[in-house]
Write a protein that binds this ligand. Sequence first.
Ligand SMILES: [Fe+2]
Ligand SMILES: [Fe+2]
Length: 238
Amino acid sequence: MHGHRREFLARAGRGLLVASAVGRATPAGAASKDAAARKKGKDEEDVAPPEDLMREHGVLNRIMLLYEESMRRLEARKPLPVETLASAADIIRRFIEQYHEKLEEDHVFPRFEKANKLVDLVATLRKQHQAGRGLTETILKLGNAASIQTDANRQKLVESMRLFNRMYRPHEAREDTVLFPAFRSVVKPKEFEALGEQFEDKEHELFGKEGFEGVVSQVAELEKAMGLYDLNQFTPVG
Ligand SMILES: [Fe+2]
Ligand SMILES: [Fe+2]
């Protein structure tokens, strides 16, 4: 919801015709109150860079759950909606690798390197992004109905997902607990604020007006297709 409103207000301020969340076409930009509303909206809803990156890790986590279930089914030779797995890997490529990790590589890592802080950690994280891209390429290549007919491809697909999850769980946990909490110490307050805006703009440039929320909805649909959406199923019984 925040994303809708924020994007609506941002576009309205630029004087474009946009459809609002309730489907009305609004001739925008005429009234100066739009600009005031936009500012108010932005002030209320700005997301700080570390929080932004952390909630993107939530998307990564949800995809890793989809990978886990895919592995389980492939190993047990149970039916797998393989197009769901392919869509999950596609979200990893577009949202995690080409967006989230690019933000880290362009805006987070260089600031630590420049400040000569946590440089060994950053070097490892950079290397892991590269390794992740290789694994995703394999998952996308093998994640289709024809490919999983053979044992060799199935095994390679399972192994790639296993390596992916094994690397990314500690990778994101280290970013969340060590790197991101230290981010304020390497960025000036004004710059910190401006980066939040930049991240937001990039998000909408790449993922449209729905931005992050749109990607989360796509992941929810994949979870439904794989029977993972209902959170209650993960609560221990008794
Ligand atoms: Fe990362
Ligand atoms: Fe990350």
